[in-house]
Design a protein around this ligand. Structure first.
Ligand code: NAG
Ligand code: NAG
Ligand code: NAG
Ligand code: NAG
Ligand code: NAG
Ligand code: NAG
Ligand code: NAG
Length: 497
C-alpha cells in the first residue's frame, strides 16, 4: 500500500469507528459559473460585488476546489455523468433526452448507492435533467422517498428575465422556494431516524436558478444597484482564429420573446445591444443571490436539527455560463466559462477551517468523494469496459486534498461537446492550457475518429485567461500542441498521477 492509500485507510477507519456514517446534503445549482464571493479573484471575469453570504459561509468551511470542470457543458449529459460518476462516452448521453440505463448501462447513481447502503434518500427540484433523461420518473430506483420536482411559477417564453414583486408572491412561491420548503420538511422527518440511529439520510436538492429564465423576487435585485456597477464584458468578440465549429449560437436565450424581438441571430460577433447585456447580467447575479437565500435556509436546517457535526454538505453546478463574453451566451461550448463550475464539500471535523485547492478537479470526482467522506467503502476505478458494472467510478476521491491541497491527483481535466450531430469536440485542460480537437464521431457506435481532425484550438491561459487568442497555429506552440494532442487522445486514465 502506498502512502496515499494508507492515509485513506486511516481516514476511513477513523470515520467509521469514531463518528459512524455521515448524512449527506447534496446541493446542485443549474448554470452557476463560479460567480460567487468565495471564487472572486482579480484575474477572473467575475463581478466583484456578488452577494452570496450563505454559499461563501459554506465555502469557508469546505474543501473548495477552485479549478473544477464539467465533463459536458449542458444539463442532461452533465447530470447523467456526475450522478453516475461516469464520463459521457460511458453513459452514452450527449443530449437532454437519452437515459443512461438505456443507452449506457445499469449504472448506480449517487443516491442509489447510498440507498443500497441503508440510507434514506430523498430528492428535490432539478437533480437529474428530468423527463426521459431519467426514465420519466427522476430515476425512481434512486430514492426511498417520493420525489419532489416543484412547479415553475411566473416562468414563460415571453421574458428571459423577470423580477417578481412582493404582492405577486403573496399566494405563490417561486420554484426554488418550493424546493427549499419541501427539502426542509423532509430533513425534519428524516432527522428522526438519523438521530435515533435507524438510518442516515442522503438528501439531494437541485435549485433551478440561475438557469434561464432569470426569475426572482425583485428585492434581490436591490443588491445590484447602482446599475452603473454592472459592467460590460471586456471581450465581446470571438477569440482571434477561433474555428467556427467552436461556436454555439445560444438558441436557449434567443428563444425568449424579449430577446427574439432584438433581431439577433447568434452568429459570431452578432452581439446583443449593451443595455440588454447589462440587464441580463444583473438578472443572472440576482438569480444567484436568490439561490443563495434558498440554499442558506436548507443549510441552516441542518444546524437547527443539531446535525451539523454529522452531515456532509456538498455544492456543485452542472455547467458554467457565458454572459456576453466572446459575444456569446449560455453553455454548450468548451470555453472555460462554460466548463468551469463551483465545487465544494464540507466534511465536519475535517474541513471546518476551510481548505482551498487549485488542483484540477472534475464533476465525476464528486461521487467517489462523497462516498468516502460519508464513511462508505471506497469505489474502485472502472475498468476500460464497465458496461455491466453497476458501482465503479471514472473519477477520483478528492479526500487526499484535505491533508495536502497541493497534492496533484490528476494533471488534466477532460470535457467534450457535440456539434452538428457528427462532430465531437474533445478538450483537455491542464494547469496552463486548454487544448481542443474537433473530430468526426460515429454516433451509432459512439466512436471517435481521431484521424478525421477538423479543427483545433489552443489557449495559453497563463498569458490569456480570457481565451481571446487561439494560438494553435503559432509556431512557438507546436511542441505544446503535439504533447497535448497525445495527452488528449490517451485520455483521462493517463492523466492520473
Ligand atoms: C406587481 O406585479 C403585478 C404583475 O406584474 C402588477 O399587476 C402589480 O401592479 C404589481 N404590484 C405592485 C405593488 O407593484
Ligand atoms: C426512530 O425514529 C423513527 C421515526 O420517528 C421511529 O419510527 C423508530 O421507531 C425509531 N427507532 C428507534 C430505535 O427509536
Ligand atoms: C469579430 O470581431 C473582432 C473584433 O472586432 C474581429 O477582430 C474579428 O475578426 C471578428 N471575427 C469574426 C468571425 O467576425
Ligand atoms: C459540533 O462540534 C463543535 C466542535 O466540536 C461543538 O462545539 C458543537 O457543540 C457540536 N454541535 C453539536 C450539535 O453537537
Ligand atoms: C459493488 O457491488 C458489488 C456487487 O453488488 C458489491 O459486492 C460491492 O460491495 C459493491 N461495492 C461497493 C463499494 O459498494
Ligand atoms: C463491453 O462488455 C460487454 C459485456 O461483456 C460487451 O457486450 C460489449 O461488447 C463490450 N464493449 C466493448 C466496446 O468492448
Ligand atoms: C500527466 O501525468 C502522466 C503520469 O505521470 C504523464 O504520463 C502524462 O504525460 C502527463 N500529462 C500531461 C498533460 O502533463
Amino acid at each position: 500500500m502506498d502512502r496515499q492509500g494508507f492515509r485513506l485507510l486511516v481516514l476511513v477507519v477513523f470515520f467509521q469507528t469514531c463518528f459512524g456514517l455521515k448524512n449527506v446534503l447534496f446541493l446542485i445549482a443549474s448554470d452557476l459559473r463560479p460567480e460567487i464571493g468565495a471564487y472572486y479573484s482579480t484575474v477572473s471575469q467575475f463581478y466583484p460585488f456578488m452577494h452570496t453570504p450563505n454559499i461563501d459561509a459554506l465555502a469557508a468551511k469546505s474543501l473548495l476546489m477552485k479549478n473544477a470542470h464539467v465533463q459536458y457543458a449542458n444539463c442532461g449529459p452533465s447530470r447523467s455523468s456526475f450522478m453516475t460518476g461516469r464520463r459521457p462516452d460511458t453513459t452514452g448521453v450527449y443530449n437532454n433526452n437519452d437515459y443512461w440505463r438505456t443507452v449506457g448501462g445499469p449504472f448506480e447513481t449517487i443516491p442509489e448507492h447510498f440507498k443500497l447502503n441503508g440510507y434514506n434518500t430523498a430528492g428535490f427540484g432539478k437533480v437529474f435533467y428530468g423527463g426521459s433523461s431519467s426514465g420519466d420518473d427522476d430515476d425512481a430506483q434512486s430514492w426511498t422517498e417520493t420525489y419532489f420536482r416543484g412547479s415553475k411559477t411566473f416562468e414563460s417564453k415571453e421574458n428571459s428575465w423577470h423580477a417578481i414583486n412582493a404582492s405577486s408572491l403573496v399566494n405563490d412561491r417561486l420554484v426554488d422556494e418550493q424546493i427549499a420548503d419541501e427539502a426542509i420538511a423532509s430533513l425534519q422527518t428524516l432527522a428522526q431516524e438519523a438521530i435515533n440511529g435507524t438510518a442516515n439520510f442522503f438528501v439531494a436538492v437541485g435549485f433551478r436558478r440561475p438557469n434561464l429564465p432569470f426569475v426572482f423576487p425583485d428585492d434581490v435585485m436591490s443588491m445590484y444597484y447602482p446599475e452603473a456597477s454592472i459592467t460590460l464584458p471586456s471581450n465581446p468578440y470571438v477569440p482571434a482564429n477561433m474555428p467556427s465549429i467552436a461556436w454555439s449560437s445560444w438558441g436557449a436565450l434567443r428563444r425568449y420573446d424579449d430577446i427574439g424581438a432584438l433581431g439577433v441571430n447568434g452568429n459570431r460577433n452578432n452581439t446583443l445591444p449593451d443595455a440588454n447585456v447589462l440587464e441580463l447580467r444583473r438578472a443572472y447575479y440576482s438569480s444567484i443571490t436568490w439561490v443563495d437565500e434558498q440554499l442558506g435556509r436548507v443549510v441552516d436546517e441542518i444546524q437547527n436539527l443539531g446535525l451539523e457535526n454529522d452531515t456532509i454538505i456538498s455544492l456543485i453546478s452542472d455547467n458554467g455560463f457565458l454572459l456576453g463574453e466572446h459575444g456569446g451566451w449560455c453553455k454548450n461550448s468548451l470555453f472555460e466559462l462554460a466548463t468551469r463550475v463551483p465545487m465544494m464539500i464540507h466534511i465536519p471535523g475535517l474541513t471546518d477551517g476551510g481548505i482551498v485547492s487549485y488542483e484540477l478537479a472534475e464533476l465525476v470526482d464528486v461521487f467517489p468523494t462523497v462516498v468516502e467522506a460519508a464513511g462508505l467503502d471506497p469505489l474502485s476505478l472502472c475498468p476500460e469496459n464497465s458496461s455491466t458494472i453497476t458501482n465503479c467510478t471514472e473519477g477520483l476521491s478528492l479526500l487526499p486534498l484535505t491533508t495536502n491541497p497541493c497534492m496533484g491527483l490528476k494533471n488534466a481535466s477532460f470535457s467534450q461537446q457535440v456539434r452538428k450531430k457528427e462532430v465531437m469536440g474533445y478538450s483537455i485542460r491542464t494547469q496552463r492550457y486548454r487544448y481542443t480537437e474537433w473530430i468526426d464521431f460515429d454516433f451509432s457506435t459512439n466512436t471517435p475518429d481521431w484521424t478525421a481532425l477538423r479543427d483545433q484550438e489552443l489557449y495559453d491561459l497563463t498569458a490569456d485567461f480570457e481565451q481571446n487568442f487561439n494560438v494553435v497555429s503559432d509556431s512557438g506552440y507546436s511542441g505544446v500542441v503535439s504533447e497535448l494532442s497525445a495527452a488528449l487522445q490517451s485520455g483521462w486514465r493517463n492523466a492520473i498521477i
